[in-house]
Design a protein around this ligand. Structure first.
Ligand code: C2E
Ligand code: MG
Ligand code: MG
Ligand code: MG
Length: 291
């Protein structure tokens, strides 16, 4: 409470707030410029089948490198982009880039791959979202079924009826819809049943201490069992160790993403990894059986 700080401290508090606002405004300006002049890229993290280490899909993750600041983490600029509305333009850039690069990968022979793109709450509220996605899919030439949209529970809960309507339309086109960061929002079983979804991604906070925390292990296996009962695809996020990989595989989780297999990669590095991972070649799966 500012009053209890005394008049001197209060002044510092205001000065600090002004400084932060000014920095936020500079960051916003820089992000705007990056959208116009370059500096925004998309990296791709493989989504891997746990039984055999085969790459089945990719998650597109935006990357911003600023001339002065260097790499700015999404955690710093996505919230800003959401507050300022820039996320609509940024999100569209990511969608367009991801679909174009996926078309190239399909052309190179990796034609079973899909790409998952994160949708922010504000994008989800755009009245023409589905039409814009239609346009980008059409321009890229990839089938709608090769696109997956990741939506958080929090986004879905903002306006449940609207969310259900948009998700239904996306799925009518053959695109997949998954719940991102599952377990960190409302996670009501009732909603899982009601929402038209194809899968869910177990949040990395539950995966992190899987091997050492019995509660997290129990939560993860319960989510997997429940998802399978509802015939949803399950992806574990943030898999970093052989022990996590092994636990997830033994408990029937189908897919994983995480540094243990691969970090998000720029498109050219991803192409090299995909060549090694092609069917017929020995999968580059880490051997989790020794964990
Ligand atoms: P997310 O969608 O849950 O993405 C997963 C995040 O976990 C990514 O962070 C990824 O790099 C990171 N990650 C993957 N494997 C591991 C691992 O083994 N260990 C750890 N510690 N982390 C791992 P990133 O790229 O920094 O993105 C953070 C969040 O920013 C994303 O979380 C997503 O919510 C948001 N974001 C990123 N790109 C976009 C985008 O294009 N659009 C929107 N709307 N949001 C985005
Ligand atoms: Mg995601
Ligand atoms: Mg996530
Ligand atoms: Mg997240």
């Amino acid at each position: 409470d500012a009053k209890q700080l005394g008049p001197g401290k209060y002044r510092f508090f205001i000065a600090d707030m002004n400084r932060r606002n000014a920095e936020q405004q500079r960051l916003e300006q820089s992000l705007r410029r990056a959208l116009e002049n370059g500096g925004i890229e998309v990296h791709y993290q493989p989504k891997v089948r746990l039984v055999d280490g085969h790459i089945v899909g990719l998650e597109a993750l935006v990357r911003w490198t600023d001339a002065e600041r260097g790499v700015v983490p999404p955690g710093h600029f996505i919230p800003l982009a959401e507050r300022t509305g820039l996320i609509v333009q940024l999100g569209e850039r990511v969608l367009e880039t991801a679909l174009r690069q996926l078309a190239r990968l399909h052309h190179l022979g990796h034609d079973d791959l899909h790409v998952a793109v994160n949708l922010a709450a504000l994008q989800f509220q755009q009245p023409n979202l589905v039409e814009r996605i239609d346009g980008l899919i059409h321009a890229s030439g990839v089938p709608a079924a090769a696109l997956e949209l990741e939506i958080t529970e929090t986004t879905m809960m903002r306006d449940i009826d609207h969310a259900i309507a948009v998700m239904t339309r996306l799925r009518e086109r053959g695109s997949h819809v998954t719940i991102d960061d599952f377990g960190t929002g409302y996670s009501s079983l009732e909603y899982l049943k009601r929402f038209p979804i194809d899968g869910l991604k177990i949040d990395q906070s539950f995966v992190r201490d899987l091997a050492s925390d019995a509660n997290d292990a129990a939560i993860v296996s319960a989510i997997i069992a429940m998802a399978r009962t509802l015939q949803l695809e399950v992806v574990a996020e943030g898999v970093e160790t052989a022990a996590q990989w092994d636990y997830l595989r033994r408990h029937g989780c189908q897919l994983a993403q995480g540094y243990y297999f691969s970090k998000p990669l720029p498109a050219d590095e991803l192409e090299l990894l995909l060549q090694q991972n092609a069917p017929g070649n020995t999968p580059v799966a880490p051997d989790a059986s020794e964990a």
